[in-house]
Ligand binder design. Sequence first.
Ligand code: GLN
Length: 451
Amino acid sequence: HLDRIAAVDDRVHAFLHVAADAALESAAMVDESLAAGSPPASPLAGVPLALKDVFTTIDMPTTAGSKILDGWRPPYDATVTTRLRAAGITILGKTNMDEFAMGSSTEYSAFGPTHNPWDATRVPGGSGGGSAAALAAFEAPLAIGTDTGGSIRQPAAFTGTVGAKPTYGGVSRYGLIACASSLDQGGPCARTVLDTALLHEVIAGYDPMDSTSIDQPVPAVVEAARRGADGDLSGLRVGVVRELSGEGYQAGVRASYEDALRRLEKLGAELVEVSCPHFEYGLAAYYLILPSEVSSNLARFDAMRYGLRVENGASAEDVMAATREAGFGPETKRRIILGTYALSSGYWDAYYGQAQKVRTLISRDFAAAFEQADVLVSPTAPTTAFTIGAKVDDPLAMYLNDLATIPTNLAGTAAMSVPSGLADDGLPVGLQVMAPALGEAVMYRVAAAFE
Ligand code: GLN
């Protein structure tokens, strides 16, 4: 995999940092312990992985795609990082991402865009485009992403790979640099559903270091993925969400989705149409809640504590302002300003407060839909991978790409994207499978049967 990275990553730019020596050392340690007769630390021991550069790593830089953290060395490992190491997984390096995980194309990275391995003129999706591109370019068989509004699932769809967003609280956020804390969720990415499930079980589970971590057994997703491989979904009800197809979806995506529904039926699933009337307000609510949390979370980058410090002026405030001016990119600034406005005393009830009410209505839509169906499906993204540069100056067009993924984050439920073939433009399309909170087992079963 290191050879492959050396051969193709100039063109793909999936990685921000490759830790070749550490990776070889870690792989050698696994070899040694197996040779000494010790049982492998996990089914994935010795398998290489690409880690999104938003998880802290004590032995590698961590930038979150931002200049403001350029040169920063975290003093501790994220819980996800610790669990990967404990499982004997070899971390190859850190992958490119939109700055602080805000974006849908990886073009908002301070370190240049990642190119989609299917067509280098196109984006790999975002914010976790580096992780997804590393999988699609065969630079790594496993990757880790984070999903605040779709950043695992939409890049999976754009690159023909698999990515799962676990139930909120299912994977620890300790050491995950915060974007929007009530939405952020780390999760597994791979090229097959079973690999994704194996990685899921490595990283998931209770962590006392994260106050929103769920203290419950991890859903048995590996067993579910193995069971799904028999291709029999009889007895399962698959809810087709009326509001998540049709208008606003590219014709080729719609055609692939229609085909996916027919395939699910052939596997024995019963299709039921469900309606989630408040999903249409999801995007508007998300783009108030997320910037609000971002404006608060990113206040910690004050030039005193981490990374960049621009010594420009006499007062602490001057240094802070100059550092934030130089260190944050335009999309990050846009969201800090939006969030500060939405939370301001005269307006919070009209914007932030209202958005929180919509969030509750969306959760209720999910609850009602899951009474009628075991899982819900939709296209993962409304389009296939778009051209680099096409949306970078049009934030609203960029935001629209998250239409189908955002409701899940607002509700804290689980969802994943599994490849569903190619559209008429020859580019991959993803099928989104959504499940109730802690319903990952049935989600993986359906995805494995469909794959
Ligand atoms: N594209 C969405 C955004 O820009 C989602 C980001 C994410 O999931 N991290 O906010």
